[in-house]
Design a protein around this ligand. Structure first.
Ligand SMILES: O=C(O)c1ccccc1NCC(=O)[C@H](O)[C@H](O)COP(=O)(O)O
Length: 215
């Protein structure tokens, strides 16, 4: 029986990562356009990866505080199904990106304390999806993809009026518990399915999806 959990494997950089993700049952793949990330892909690399992705898999483009010219180039080059805003974009900017590019927008929000839940409520008014991620530590080099979990009990029982994904330090050993505590129906990860930063591992992807999709 198909699982009612959706998995997103973020930061894929090679065709074999996408094939392994799809084979394991992931429904979303994330292409990373943040230049400082070890998971960064150029527009040309991403276009080839996206064109080779199986039909029906949602191809998400991850960007951090992008300018319109950057988004113009991205959307003109890479056939994406969704834009993931992973910076300090305001709700107004989320609405503007949605309107200008005609693609669904997922807004990532970092959670560390209960105060961050108000921020999530605000973005739920404008975004098509929310990515409920761990707030990066102050000295972090990356705004996401740091392999760190937050206290899941902060969002236990919380619901928004748009679909949402749980992210932040998930791995094959913790995802079932994370789903149980938070009630998430969608999960996203990057670090725990890598053998090195930016290099996904097919066995780790399979093990994660097996654990997540067993629910
Ligand atoms: O992964 C990155 O390098 C990255 C860089 C800049 C902004 C966001 C980034 N990743 C965001 C994601 O969608 C990750 O999948 C999410 O933060 C969870 O990552 P992890 O804790 O490594 O599983």
């Amino acid at each position: 029986m198909p699982s009612n959990i959706n998995v997103k494997i973020c930061g894929v950089t090679r065709a074999q990562d996408i094939d392994a993700s799809v084979k394991a049952g992931a429904r979303y793949i994330g292409l990373n356009f943040f230049p400082k990330s070890p998971r960064f892909t150029t527009l040309e690399q991403a276009r080839d990866l996206a064109l080779g992705t199986a039909e029906g898999i949602c191809k998400v483009g991850l960007v951090v505080n992008p300018t319109n010219p950057e988004l113009d180039a991205l959307t003109a080059t890479v056939p994406l199904d969704m834009i993931q805003l992973h910076g300090s974009e305001t709700p107004e900017r989320v609405a503007e990106v949605k309107q200008r590019y005609g693609l669904p927008v997922m807004k990532a929000v970092g959670v560390a304390t209960a105060d961050d839940l108000l921020v999530l409520d605000n973005y739920a008014q404008v975004a098509d999806q929310l990515l409920v991620d761990t707030k990066p530590p102050k000295d972090a080099k990356l705004p996401g993809g740091n392999g760190l979990a937050f206290d899941w009990t902060l969002i236990a029982g919380r619901r928004w009026n748009v679909p949402w994904m749980l992210a932040g330090g998930l791995n094959a050993g913790t995802v079932a518990e994370a789903i149980r505590v938070t009630g998430a129906r969608q999960v996203d990860l990057s670090s725990a399915v890598e053998s090195a930063p930016g290099v996904k591992d097919a066995g780790l992807i399979q093990a994660f999806c097996d654990a997540a999709l067993a629910d």
